[in-house]
Design a protein around this ligand. Structure first.
Ligand SMILES: O=P(O)(O)O[C@H]1O[C@H](CO)[C@@H](O)[C@H]1O
Ligand SMILES: O=c1cc[nH]c(=O)[nH]1
Length: 303
């Protein structure tokens, strides 16, 4: 079944599409350790304008601290509290209008976080929110350290779709992203020194090893030739990097009316190798690159 995307609301509000929510007396956002009865969500989050998400809790704390500094907020930002401290599933930090949240690895993990985050934004009555995934990825014909802005999130067959199993049906959702936001981000990147940035398709897989054509997992049933043939086909289809969340992220955000972007740094060129061997210092600096781009974007006066 192909699901029609009906983005009709122009209010800037997030739209949850679940008729059951209205009849619920309380909504417990279990994995975030937040809820409509236990927390005043409009007071806590009503003025959030940017949500940045990424796999690792440490990265997302570092990003919030970086944004705190970049926005010139009071204090050194070193002691930012984890808003989800009551759970260790996800971590959430706030710096002014920016919320920074970890989502773990893979589609099931980011899906759970996004369902609860989108309901949070809805309960808090947030308006005109932009959401950006700042991640890491494997490149295809792209040098390590480059930043890829995703123009299209595609599945393992290079199609711009996300298949969600709903009961015993497979629902196909579009993974289209906001084109203007892609261009705005590219423009921003050009003003930052030493930030090689490109636009490309991002392939989203269900696995890091066999699913991304790696030869170095615990299991591997294909040859080095087959691997390269597949990755080169992906390259020819426009794929420039590979990660594990973008299709679900794009589909869910689109259906709920959130302006969304995916910006990932490339840790290695998968046409050359499988193992990530760069020293941790180098990897840390690489991970900071999408953060620098997004900080510049957030700071830029909006039309
Ligand atoms: O850098 P993050 O956000 O964790 O994302 C990428 O890194 C993980 C694999 O190492 C996957 O989740 C992939 O999508
Ligand atoms: O190769 C890589 C690197 C980071 N994340 C991925 O999903 N794949």
């Amino acid at each position: 079944a192909k699901e029609a995307a009906t983005i009709t609301a122009t209010s800037g509000l997030v739209h949850v599409k679940n008729p059951h929510l209205d009849s619920m007396e309380e909504d417990v956002l279990y994995h975030l350790d937040l809820g409509t009865k236990t927390h005043n969500l409009p007071a806590m989050f009503g003025d959030v304008k940017f949500v940045c998400v990424g796999g690792s809790p440490n990265r997302m704390r570092a990003f919030a601290q970086f944004m705190h500094k970049e926005l010139g907020l009071a204090g050194d930002g070193k002691d930012l509290a984890d808003i989800c401290a009551g759970t260790d599933r996800y971590a959430m930090y706030r710096a002014g209008p920016v919320l920074s949240i970890s989502h773990g690895m893979g589609i099931p993990s980011i899906s759970i976080m996004l369902h609860e985050l989108i309901k949070l934004l809805h309960h808090a009555k947030c308006r005109d929110v932009t959401i950006i995934r700042i991640g890491t990825s494997g490149g295809l014909g792209v040098e390590a350290g480059s930043v890829v802005i995703t123009d299209m999130a595609v599945d393992s067959s290079f199609q711009p779709r996300f298949e969600q199993v709903v009961l015993d049906d497979v629902v196909v959702r579009s993974t289209e992203l906001d084109r203007d936001l892609v261009e705005e981000l590219l423009t921003c990147s050009k003003e930052i020194p030493d930030l090689p940035t490109l636009i490309g398709h991002t392939m989203c897989t269900y696995d890091f090893y066999e699913g991304q054509g790696r030869l170095d997992g615990a299991l591997c049933s294909f040859s080095s030739e087959k691997k390269l043939e597949y990755l080169k086909r992906a390259y020819d289809a426009g794929v420039r990097n590979i990660e594990m969340e973008s299709t679900a992220f794009a589909a869910l955000c689109r259906l709920c009316g959130l302006r969304a972007a995916v910006v990932c740094v490339v840790l290695l060129d998968r046409l050359e190798s499988d193992q990530i061997r760069a020293p941790h210092e180098v990897l840390r600096e690489f991970q900071h690159r999408p953060q620098r781009l997004i900080a510049a974007f957030i700071r830029k006066p909006k039309a």
